[in-house]
Design a binder for this molecule. Structure first.
Ligand code: WQD
Length: 338
C-alpha cells in the first residue's frame, strides 16, 4: 500500500516513515522543508534500505498535490504538515490559521478528487485546553486552547470530523500527541529545531552538547511532585508505531476516531533533567527562573483507549528517551546542517 506523508521529512513524520517502511508500506513524502531538512530522505534510506518518493511541495498548493496523486496510487494519507511552534503562533496567528487550515483543506479536496478515503491526522493534547482535569480522556471537553497553534489543531479536528460525517466511506483517525521526545536508535534522525528550541528535550540536548550554555527551568513553585512542570513524555518511536496501528484501524473502520498517544505517566522537568544527566554522563547546567506564560502545571494522558482499540501502548522508558535523544545530539551537534 502507498501512504502519503505530508510533512514526512519532519520530526514525527520521518520517524513514522521508518516504522511504515518496516511494516511493509510504500512511503511517499510531500514536504516543503520549511521546518525540516532534505537530508532526512537519505538518512531514511540508510536506516530502512528502502527508497522514499519525495515531492518538494507546499501541501496547500492543490496543483502540486494533484501531481503526487496522479503519479502515485495513494491509498491513505498521514497529515503532519503544519506549523507547530506555540510561541510563534501567538506572534503570527494569521500565518498559523492560513497555513495549517489551508494545507488540510487542500489535502481533503485532492483526496476526494482521487478517491483516497483514509486519513490519519497529527493532532495534539493542547486541544484539551487549560481547564481539563488530568488524566486527559478522548471524550473530554476540548477548547479553551492556550494559543493559536492549539486552536488550529482543534479546528482541523472539526473539519475532518464534519467531512467524515458527510462521507460515509471516509475513515479518519485523529491522534492527540502528548510530548514527543527522543530519536531513532540509530542516531541518524532526530529532532532538529530551526532556532533556539522552545521545548524542553531539545533544549537540554543542546546544553548537553555545548551548543547552549544552560537550561532555564520555568517555575519551581508549581503544585507538583517537585515544584517543576509535569508532562507525559513519549518516545517518538513509540509515537510513530501508533501511526501504523492507526492506519491499520482506518483500513478496517469508516468514520472518525480519536486517540490519545501518551504513556499515561507524568514526568517532571527535574526528573527528566536527572535522567538526561545519567544518559549523557555529565551534569546539565541549569537555573530556576519564573514560570513561562501559558504553561500548565501538569498534564498527562489516559491512553487506555489506544491500548484497548488499537492494541498499541508505549514500550520505551524515560531512560530510552534520554539515551536516544543524547545519541542523536552527540552524533549531530548541529542537527542536519553539518
Ligand atoms: C515541557 C515542560 C516547561 C523548556 C508543547 C506544546 C505541545 C506539544 C509539545 C506540539 C514545561 C518546561 C521547557 C525550557 C523548561 N507540541 N521547560 N525549560 O509546553 O508541554 O508542550 O510542546 O504539539 O502542543 O504546547 O512542552 O517541552 O515546551 O515544556 O523548564 O527551556 O518543560 O515549563 O513544564 P509543552 P515543552
Amino acid at each position: 500500500m502507498n501512504i502519503l506523508l505530508t510533512g514526512g521529512a519532519g520530526y514525527i513524520g520521518s520517524h513514522t516513515a521508518v516504522e511504515l517502511a518496516k511494516a511493509g508500506y510504500n512511503v511517499i513524502i510531500a514536504d516543503n522543508f520549511c521546518n525540516s531538512s532534505p537530508k532526512v530522505i537519505k538518512r531514511l534510506e540508510e536506516i530502512t534500505g528502502k527508497s522514499f518518493a519525495l515531492y518538494n511541495i507546499d501541501v496547500a498548493d492543490k496543483n502540486a498535490l494533484r501531481r503526487v496523486f496522479k503519479e502515485n496510487q495513494i491509498d491513505a494519507a498521514i497529515h503532519f504538515a503544519g506549523y507547530k511552534s506555540v510561541g510563534e503562533s501567538v506572534k503570527v496567528p494569521l500565518c498559523y490559521y492560513r497555513n495549517n487550515i489551508d494545507t488540510t483543506l487542500s489535502l481533503l479536496e485532492v483526496m476526494e478528487e482521487f478517491g483516497c478515503r483514509k486519513l490519519v491526522f497529527s493532532s495534539s493534547a493542547t486541544v484539551y485546553g487549560t481547564k481539563a482535569p488530568v488524566p486527559y480522556k478522548e471524550d473530554m471537553e476540548t477548547g479553551n486552547c492556550a494559543n493559536p497553534y492549539g486552536w488550529t489543531k482543534l479546528f482541523i479536528e472539526r473539519i475532518i470530523t464534519d467531512y467524515s460525517a458527510a462521507n460515509s466511506d471516509f475513515s479518519a483517525v485523529i491522534l492527540r500527541y502528548f510530548n514527543p521526545v527522543g530519536a531513532h536508535e540509530s542516531g541518524l534522525i532526530g529532532e532538529d529545531p530551526r532556532d533556539i528550541p522552545n521545548n524542553l528535550m531539545p533544549y537540554i540536548s543542546k546544553v548537553a552538547v555545548g551548543e547552549l550554555e544552560k537550561l532555564s527551568i520555568f517555575g519551581s513553585d508549581y503544585p507538583t511532585k517537585d515544584g517543576t512542570g509535569v508532562r507525559d513524555y513519549i518516545h517518538v518511536t513509540d509515537l510513530a508505531k501508533g501511526h501504523v496501528c492507526a492506519l491499520e484501524y482506518a483500513e478496517k473502520h469508516a468514520g472518525t476516531e480519536v486517540f490519545n498517544l501518551g504513556t499515561g505517566k507524568g514526568i517532571s522537568v527535574l526528573e527528566m533533567l536527572r535522567a538526561y544527566e545519567k544518559a549523557c554522563g555529565n551534569k546539565i547546567p541549569h537555573e530556576f527562573v519564573p514560570r513561562r506564560e501559558g504553561d500548565l502545571a501538569e498534564y498527562y494522558a489516559d491512553s487506555s483507549k489506544a491500548e484497548r482499540v488499537l492494541g498499541w501502548k508505549t514500550e520505551l522508558s524515560v531512560e530510552d528517551m534520554c539515551r536516544d535523544a543524547w545519541n542523536w545530539q552527540k552524533n549531530n551537534p548541529k542537527g542536519y546542517e553539518e
